[in-house]
Design a protein around this ligand. Sequence first.
Ligand code: GAR
Length: 203
Amino acid sequence: MSQPKRIAIFISGGGSNARVMIDRFQQHPEDGVEVVLLVSNRTGAGGLLMAAERGIPSLVVKRADWATGEELLAALSAYRVDLIVLAGFLWLIPGYLVQAYPNRIVNIHPALLPKYGGKGMYGRHVHEAVKNAGDLESGISIHYVNENYDEGSIIYQAAVRLDPEDSPEKIAERVLRLEHGNYWRIVRDLYDATSGSEVHRDL
Ligand code: GAR
């Protein structure tokens, strides 16, 4: 088997997607993916403890470091990271990182992009917008990351039907279940050289 793909997961909060991925890849070495680093922009992020419990080293980036990228790029290089996986990470990815990891940064968005994307559209804000619009489906979008929020080319989308009476919390629950079932799988199957031009939609 070729060398495992070494990934860093970036989080800002609870890190349930990161947890699913870490557990999956630790229990299934045949997947050929190793989570080698967790990066958080918040010292209090719940995901930090979760990662520590699983023996995954972590790095907390501060605003000042983020601006230059010095410490972050050094850590990503020291851990020989091949792919960066954003999982509920809320800061905009700066140009130096996109340039250092071209087509090697992916994100998951909790809606069917291009709907409900862009600055300020994260977590419950997305699900409230879906509810307010009266949509009867939502879903997930996994995409490459460029320097604009939610605009990189789409790798994979999957939809989930909604009931008219679903609350934003219920929508969030349905969408998160879809994230947990798919994100690790798409990361496993992603080849470094893919351009992301092909769109898969599971409806
Ligand atoms: C996930 O639903 C993810 O799609 C969303 O944040 C949540 C993080 O949950 N990301 C965005 O909204 C990005 N715009 P988690 O910390 O439990 O994985």
